[in-house]
Write a protein that binds this ligand. Sequence first.
Ligand SMILES: [Ca+2]
Ligand SMILES: [Ca+2]
Length: 186
Amino acid sequence: MAAVAVGAARLRSVRAIGPTTSSVSPGFMTEQSHDATAQPCNPDLAEMVYGVGKMDYRQTALTFYKEATAAGDKIFVSKGEQATYNDAKLACTNAGGQLASPQNAEENKAVLDFCKMYKVFPYLGINDLLIEGSFRYPNGEMLSYSNWSDKEPNNDQGVEDCVEMYDNGKWNDKNCNEKRLIICEF
Ligand SMILES: [Ca+2]
Ligand SMILES: [Ca+2]
């Protein structure tokens, strides 16, 4: 648990730096308070923040997003908003990141934490839009980790090319036109 305490302390110190080093587009954070003294709206958030990384842009992300959690080399952020896949993808790329695309169990757990916090299934960045049945990361690379739910992906009715996460952490391929929670990774 020591790592949790260190991470939480780091988060507070990062917030104190303020927005001067921001390289993040304002489009995704227009409603976000820049108050350096702001506390997490969820009292459990501090428990979710751990292993804060060393890269400046990740610290910047933590500065601006109340709901942020780190897993390995990534930081995942969400404002609790929902959108179709294309709009969600755009929101993340405009912010300098991409839709959450967990590449191991730890990252999957970080995404799941947001799913549970907001009680909404999120979209992942993973999709088979390019080649049906060949699910890939946003950069086109093949998956190195997956956590499909039983009998998924099933491309139901031939229109499921995006991926949502259930509240048990399992994945389901889903129609990209549904609205799902936006979680970005940096
Ligand atoms: Ca498909
Ligand atoms: Ca499905």
